[in-house]
Design a protein around this ligand. Structure first.
Ligand code: FAD
Ligand code: UDP
Length: 374
């Protein structure tokens, strides 16, 4: 009997590849018309730009295994994400670094001076930050928080930052030098031919049948085991309720030449309805100058309705309780393993997604070797 994998994103593709290499037959389903899940990239007909259909994706990691794995399937070009941010009519660089601090406060402080200056601004009465706002106030003080984080976060999450976990802000570095690299990770890059080409190479195997435009719910075959990378609540027909997600609307901007001169500009003021504009040719700087036309996308965030693409898991207290119940259900469901961003309802970067899928492959090997159920 074949294995079934639901979802052709990185999670599903890596499991499919592994099983096929071990000589197993696999049916890989996706309800979309393409592979690569949310990392899908495609050449835009009108401009020739490699577009990241579900929002910009930059590969960054400290995980050697994930980095060497992905490079087996396509060439990566060096790419450093350098984000600009507009706040109150002025433009800065993010993450908050010495240039941001000096420009914002109109100073020319050295690293040591800036550190002492921000330490004075930081709220020392907050010893153990309980939410996003407390984390920000205890780290950078009220002025930088209001200018760069309050409005953006309200727009991105539709909630007061006091209602959000501190962990969301901990994703971003704070630097007292002029390094404006958005990420701290040692390995960063962009696939030369896009992410979909990488996933296509992962899936090259006679043992894998790929069936697109197919919902798992419409498949009635029997399988040896199912690896499910779709939304966990959807698998159980939402019968314990729906886990909350934010979704994104992208508004296309067409232009000639260069629209904004950078890949990503964040709009931090609450009065501007979108969060950021991404101009995708700048994610491929090696070819950007040769493209006459350009395309950029304004990004609007809102609460997902049932028909929308689920992007960011909200994970507030009520979702966490519901998730626990679904996880208990999942553990008691024989013959199905839940994986990936939607299957575990967590915000996972691509490198973590890959790393977790590779660990799942190790487990599969151990269980198959012991003839134990997966
Ligand atoms: P997905 O890519 O979501 O794949 C799941 C697939 O399952 C989908 O194709 C879906 O159609 C299919 N599916 C679901 N249910 C069913 C069903 N019932 N039947 C059939 N098919 C089904 N990570 C980074 O490292 N760097 C970034 O810069 C970055 N930027 C991001 C920007 C945005 C806006 C978002 C939302 C995420 C970003 N990520 C980034 C995270 C990245 O997208 C994920 O790590 C990755 O997509 C997870 O892969 P996955 O296979 O688990 O899930
Ligand atoms: N954030 C912000 N202002 C910015 C950029 C980020 O307030 O200009 C906050 C926002 O709440 C966001 C979080 O920091 O969700 C993490 O930022 P990141 O760039 O990692 O967001 P993602 O890539 O998940 O969209």
């Amino acid at each position: 009997m074949r294995f079934c994998i639901v979802g052709a994103g990185f999670s599903g593709a890596i499991i499919a590849r592994h099983l096929s290499e071990k000589g197993h037959k696999v049916l890989l389903l996706d309800e979309r018309s393409h592979i690569a899940g949310n990392c899908h990239t495609e050449r835009d007909d009108k401009t020739g730009v490699m577009v990241h259909r579900y929002g910009p994706h930059i590969f960054h990691t400290a995980d050697e295994r994930a980095w060497s794995y992905i490079q087996r399937f396509g060439k990566f070009r060096p790419y450093i994400n350098r984000v600009k941010a507009i706040s109150q009519g002025r433009i800065y660089t993010l993450p908050v670094n010495l240039l941001t601090i000096n420009q914002f406060f109109g100073t020319v402080m050295s690293p040591v001076e800036a550190r002492a200056f921000i330490e004075k601004k930081a709220d020392k009465s907050i010893k153990d930050p309980k939410n996003f706002e407390e984390q920000a106030l205890s780290m950078i003080g009220p002025e930088l928080y209001k200018a760069f984080f309050y409005g953006y976060t309200r727009k991105q999450w539709g909630l007061e930052p006091t209602e959000l976990p501190a962990s969301i802000l901990k994703r971003l570095p704070l630097r007292f030098n002029y390094d404006d690299n958005y990420f701290n990770h040692p390995y960063q890059g962009m696939p030369e031919d896009g992410y979909s080409a990488i996933v296509e190479n992962i899936l090259k195997s006679e043992n894998i049948e790929i069936r697109l435009n197919t919902k798992f719910e419409d498949v009635s075959e029997e399988f040896q085991h199912i690896f499910y990378t779709g939304p966990i609540d959807r698998y159980f027909s939402f019968d314990l309720g729906r886990l909350g997600y934010r979704t994104l609307d992208f508004e296309r901007i067409d232009g000639d030449g260069d629209y904004q001169g950078a890949a990503v500009i964040n709009y931090c003021d609450q009065e501007v309805p979108f969060t950021r504009i991404s101009e995708h040719k700048h994610f491929a700087p090696w070819e950007a100058d040769s493209l006459q036309k350009t395309v950029a996308f304004r990004e609007y965030s809102r609460l997902a309705e049932p028909k929308d693409v689920p992007y960011y898991p909200i994970r507030l207290a009520n979702e966490k309780t519901m998730l626990e119940s679904y996880i208990t259900r999942a553990r008691n469901t024989a013959g199905v393993s839940f994986l990936g961003r939607l299957g575990t309802y967590r915000y996972l970067d691509m490198d973590v997604t890959i790393s977790e899928a590779l660990k799942a492959c190790d487990q599969i090997d151990q269980l198959l070797a012991a003839n134990a159920p997966l």
